[in-house]
Ligand binder design. Structure first.
Ligand code: ATP
Ligand code: MG
Length: 868
């Protein structure tokens, strides 16, 4: 059975049990402070479990793209080393939200595995929660009785809280679970050791495939459990592991999910899979990581230096360095696997198909850059080793700096150290790593107390499209802490404040009543709740408040948002429909728009875009807003949907003439209200992605005014010439000419100085030594010091210069002396550099140092003499 059929059968089976089949949610999460990536099937339904949102159906099934590379679920270290953990994998799941419970979940799982997929019953084991004293939970009798109907008692095992109690995070819905394990060993092996002894023992062929979670508790911030009023089912089955079982393989990588990629990689590397453990690991790491990175890019998250972007960059780099070290691949190669991945998965996940050009460009560029980094790292490490003779151990901070600042893998440092018969200060490296972990932990730390509920009115309405002020009541609040301090989050039953999303920043303003006025410093969305941030907790929380949004700020934001839509439309008109939004910032100050396009925009294209946006503004096009259009209908009407966004069944449509977008943001009533659009810059933001920054309205007018003022000042400086451009050009030409004359003059002077130097060398024990002071600049010194090496034998020249108050030292030593006397200009210049409070370096025959303290020059020259 092909993997495509396996996936289909799963969905068909649950469809026949009245489940609504939904698409996978994006792999990258946008408004959850506790989670970066979707790490399980249930993540997208958290709102339903928490009761923040009504489920679209009480029975749902799907396959969910998951990534387990950070946080509570992190499998990265196992990936490639074992054959059944991936970074990115698909989780097949079925859900009941307050509908069916343990009986159906267990019966159907059994039916699907044994009757539809026909897995021999004697290969299956199941586990049941044994209870936990500390939590005060008992053994799961209900599940035990239900399983006994299907499976012999000796194949039911009991598991503790670690294996058989599933929790979403530190807090939230949770409950006991039953796992289903499959034993796929040969009959001989089974005869030797019974399968039940190998369940949950990390045996690669006795593995967990499915986990059925029975959500019946809520874990509170103080660690205690509360019973949930309505019970739910959450199941997750590893798709790749299921494929292994059903295709009669012993490794996920031998299934048709991975094998085509491995075949490709064999061709590219010229190496064989399955002959050597180390290169096999590299094969698995590369094909696994390729999937993770591609899916994340397809969902709109590009590699970057922070947050989710950084995690993905590190994963890609891990794959590149495995290829580099163990498959001898030192040119970009991962991007070459994308056509196969697309053929394999593009049908079910159209985002891969549509974004494949971008994925290819981004991965290729990352690869090329990182391979360059590896080369540079090699040079750096080599230099360090050369400059530190008698080195036995490479210090931990050096290895760490290479790793942290330059992205050079520690493993590579280790290998190079070994080649040179050195070791690495592992302890020092570990402690630097630990320090960094602490730093980043405190940078992202976030903790929250439980919500205090004042009014049980969980669904909060946003009324800010129509009102900027309203009377509100606080329904719940809590205290949160992050690296910037302590805040309070308030939730209202209805709010005029816009919560940050879709690039648009959150509203600010205040709430007040007759006793107090409290500032709202930001508004964000958290799992579908709109939370208002304050620095202090209002004293009279039960009283009604009057909420007021900062209107002027919101007006600026609205202009920028509407302008962003007009810009998007203009870019597609001028450059083509390959232009897609890849990120955006809509603030009160300016707008930033990132989009896919492969070249720098020409002057002419930019002009056309700017002109079109301003024309739309002049055309006074009114806003046509439709608040609840069925998603399908909106697409039919030509609305643009973005990859990686999670849309509901009904969406909001924003139309200004031909610009139609699905958008939850706030907009002006008429394009004329944008007033004007002014480009600030067009630049590259990543491979295949361009970035435009611009201003609108009063900010744009201010900017133009500033530019105009500067222009007038320049004209005044130039004494108001008739043709200003020509006047500036003349000035530039003249300046160039003068510069080159000056250079010639300085060189002549220098030649004369050189002749004087030549006469001043002093022979000390066969060394022709001169320490001399000058005011020439470092470059000119180099130009005359170099020829001197040919003119004077056994030369040891030290030049101390005070050029416009900046001291420098140049040391030049004949090759003969470097050889015979072991003199080293690099070391000498470092030593002398101390006198001028500076440092430098170079090679054994020529080196320079710059410094801060001119008064030390004479001391340095004096000291030089003692070194002959
Ligand atoms: P394991 O103990 O094998 O790591 P788990 O307890 O972490 O599994 P769950 O969180 O219960 O797994 O996830 C449900 C199912 O998803 C598992 O039964 C398994 O089939 C699959 N799964 C979990 N992690 C991975 C992974 N890293 N790669 C592939 N499949 C996985
Ligand atoms: Mg796990």
């Amino acid at each position: 059975m092909t993997s495509k059929e396996i996936r289909k059968q799963f969905l068909n089976f649950f469809e026949s049990k009245q489940h609504l089949i939904v698409p996978s949610a994006p792999i990258v999460l946008k408004d959850d402070p506790t989670l970066m990536f979707n790490n399980s099937g249930m993540a997208q339904f958290k709102d339903f479990f928490l009761g923040y949102k009504k489920p679209t159906s009480v029975r749902i099934a799907d396959t969910q793209k998951c990534l387990r590379v950070s946080g509570k679920h992190n499998d990265l270290d196992d990936v490639g080393k074992d054959t059944y953990h991936h970074t990115m994998f698909e989780m097949l799941g079925n859900w009941s939200f307050g509908d069916y419970f343990k009986k159906e979940a267990i019966d159907w799982a059994w039916e699907l595995l044994t009757e539809v997929y026909k897995i021999p019953k004697e290969n299956l084991y199941v586990t049941v929660f044994e209870g936990d004293e500390k939590d005060g939970t008992a053994q799961d009798e209900e599940a035990l009785e239900l399983w006994k109907k299907h499976i012999a008692e000796e194949r039911i095992l009991f598991g503790n809280k670690k294996d058989n109690f599933w929790e979403m995070g530190e807090t939230g819905p949770c409950g006991p679970c039953s796992e289903i394990h499959v034993d796929i060993r040969s009959a001989e092996e089974k005869a030797l050791v019974p399968g039940r002894d190998l369940v949950n023992q990390d045996h690669p062929q006795v593995i967990e495939v499915w986990n059925l979670v029975f959500m019946q508790y809520l874990r509170k911030a103080d660690g205690s459990l509360e019973i949930l009023p309505s019970k739910s089912i959450d199941t997750g089955m590893g798709f790749e592991r299921l494929a292994m079982v059903l295709q009669g393989k012993t490794s996920n990588y031998d299934t048709d999910v991975f094998r085509p990629l491995i075949d490709d990689l064999e061709r590219i590397s010229g190496k064989k899979y399955g002959v050597d453990f180390t290169s096999d690991v590299a094969f698995r790491v590369v094909v696994d990581h390729l999937r993770a990175v591609s899916f994340v890019i397809a969902d709109g998250q590009l590699p970057s230096n922070s947050g989710a972007g950084y995690v993905i960059r590190r994963i890609l780099r891990r794959a590149i360095s495995y290829g580099y070290r163990f498959l001898d691949l030192n040119e970009a190669f991962i991007y070459k696997l994308i056509p196969t991945l697309k053929a394999q998965m593009g049908e079910f996940f159209p985002e891969l198909e549509k974004q494949s050009q971008l994925i290819t460009d981004v991965i290729k560029e990352e690869e090329t850059n990182f391979l360059r980094t590896i080369d540079q790292g090699l040079v750096r490490l080599d230099n360090f080793i050369q400059n530190n003779s008698n080195l036995k151990e490479i210090p931990g901070d050096v290895v760490f700096e290479l790793y942290d600042t330059y992205g050079f893998p520690a493993d590579l440092s280790r290998i190079i150290a070994e080649e040179k018969e050195l070791t690495i200060d592992e302890k020092g490296f570990e402690s630097e790593m630990e320090k960094q972990k602490q730093r980043s932990k405190s940078a992202t730390s976030f903790s929250a107390s439980d919500w205090t509920i004042l009014l049980d009115d969980a669904v909060e309405e946003f009324i800010g499209y129509d009102y900027l002020e309203s009377d509100v009541k606080v329904t719940r609040y809590r205290q949160v802490e992050n690296k910037t301090g302590t805040f309070y989050q308030l939730v209202f039953q209805a709010t005029p404040f816009y919560a940050e999303s879709g690039g648009q920043v959150g509203d600010t303003g205040f709430i007040e009543n007759q006793f107090e006025k409290v500032e709202i410093i930001n508004t964000k969305k958290e799992n579908n709740l709109i939370v208002h941030f304050t620095k202090e907790l209002p004293k009279y929380l039960e009283l009604p408040f009057h909420a007021v949004v900062d209107k002027e700020r919101r007006n600026h934001i609205m202009r920028n948002h509407t302008a962003t839509h007009l810009l998007h439309e203009a870019l597609r008109d001028v450059l083509g429909t390959h232009v897609e939004q890849k990120g955006s910032y809509v603030g009160p100050d300016y707008l930033r728009f990132d989009f896919s396009h492969f070249n720098k925009m020409s002057e002419d294209e930019l002009k056309q875009v700017i002109k079109q946006v301003n024309t739309r503004i002049a055309e006074r096009i009114p806003l046509e807003e439709k608040r609840s259009v069925p998603f399908k209908k909106a697409l039919e009407e030509g609305a643009m949907a973005l990859f990686g966004e999670k849309y509901g069944d009904v969406v909001r449509m924003i139309k200004f003439g031909n610009s139609i977008e699905l958008c939850g943001g706030t907009h002006v009533q008429n394009t004329a209200d944008v007033i004007m659009f002014k480009l600030q810059s067009e630049s590259s933001s990543a491979a295949g992605i361009r970035r435009i920054e611009a201003t609108t309205g009063l900010a744009a007018i201010e900017e133009l005014k500033d530019t105009f003022n500067q222009y007038n000042q320049i004209l005044a400086e130039l004494k108001n010439p008739a043709d200003p451009i020509d006047a500036v050009q003349k000035l530039v030409d003249e300046n160039k000419e003068l510069k080159s004359q000056l250079e010639k003059f300085v060189l002549q002077q220098a030649q004369m100085e050189k002749e004087t130097w030549k006469k001043s060398f002093e022979n000390i024990n066969g060394v022709n030594f001169l320490a001399v002071r000058t005011s020439l600049d470092a470059n000119t010194i180099k130009q005359i010091a170099f020829p001197l090496r040919k003119e004077i034998e056994n030369l040891f020249l030290v030049v101390g210069s005070d050029h416009n108050g900046k001291p420098s030292i140049t040391v030049s030593i004949s090759d003969e002396l470097v050889e015979s006397k072991g003199l080293n200009a690099g070391q000498i210049v470092r030593e002398l550099g101390k006198e001028i409070q500076g440092g430098g370096g170079g090679q054994a025959f020529f080196a320079t140092a710059g410094g801060k303290d001119v008064s030390g020059l004479d001391r340095a020259l004096e000291k030089a003499k003692s070194l002959t």
